[in-house]
Design a protein around this ligand. Structure first.
Ligand SMILES: [Zn+2]
Length: 222
């Protein structure tokens, strides 16, 4: 089965991209470092050019918690990735960048949050998973304008993004928050000490849904 093409636009023709919502500079910096790891310096510069984010070339946001990285810039990065590499290639690179984001995020935020030892605590896996998800969601809610709540249904644990920077003001015919999936996959990998959980985006705001919802398998698949 072939993937449906992504017809996306930033919908910024005629009106400015919103600058109301932000990631802290630190998070913007981390994401750009992750893209650099995955694509190399030339790749990330080409991406920033295509996304019309030239001001970030060789000039990543500083490593502080000031809210300086607009949601629109993150979604433009993800969109430029799809334009450069096609929907399938963009998806793969977005996932990889999300996974690469994790270790930087862990180094920056785990000590602050007091969860550096969570992975090694002697707790049942499902409890650790729930604590981890709780802390990760709280991290976004506390340090960024992204809004995440947790849920659970017969499909698994739900990571429900109510305000999503990855697809901010995009329109897409398929779920497009690959960066969020990659990041969540790696965070679960960490908290479970190397188990793999299936993470799937089942609804996306860019497709008209009210939330970007990621379903996490309750049991590890690897
Ligand atoms: Zn989204």
């Amino acid at each position: 089965m072939s993937e449906p093409p992504i017809h996306s636009s930033l919908q910024h023709n005629g009106r400015p991209l919103s600058t109301n919502y932000y990631y802290p500079n630190k998070m913007g910096r981390i994401v750009l470092l992750a893209f650099e790891e995955v694509m190399g310096t030339h790749g990330v510069n080409a991406l920033l050019n295509l996304a019309q984010l030239q001001h970030l070339i060789d000039n990543y946001p500083p490593n502080n918690l000031e809210p300086g990285f607009p949601f629109g810039e993150l979604s433009r990065l993800q969109q430029a990735l799809d334009e450069m590499y096609g929907a399938r290639g963009g998806r793969g690179l977005g996932l990889r960048a999300g996974r690469a984001t994790w270790k930087h995020a862990l180094a920056e935020f785990a000590p602050v949050l007091g969860i550096a030892d969570l992975a090694s605590r002697a707790l049942p896996l499902n409890i650790k998973l729930k604590i981890g998800l709780d802390v990760f969601a709280e991290t976004f809610n506390k340090f960024t304008d992204q809004r995440v709540r947790l849920g659970e249904d017969e499909r698994g644990y739900l990571w429900i993004i109510e305000r999503c920077p990855v697809c901010w003001q995009r329109a897409s015919t398929s779920p497009c928050c690959h960066l969020a999936i990659g990041l969540l996959e790696k965070s679960l990998d960490w908290v479970s000490r190397g188990r793999r959980f299936r993470v799937e985006e089942v609804s996306c705001i860019a497709m008209g849904a009210p939330t970007c919802t990621l379903v996490i398998s309750k049991n590890p698949v690897g």
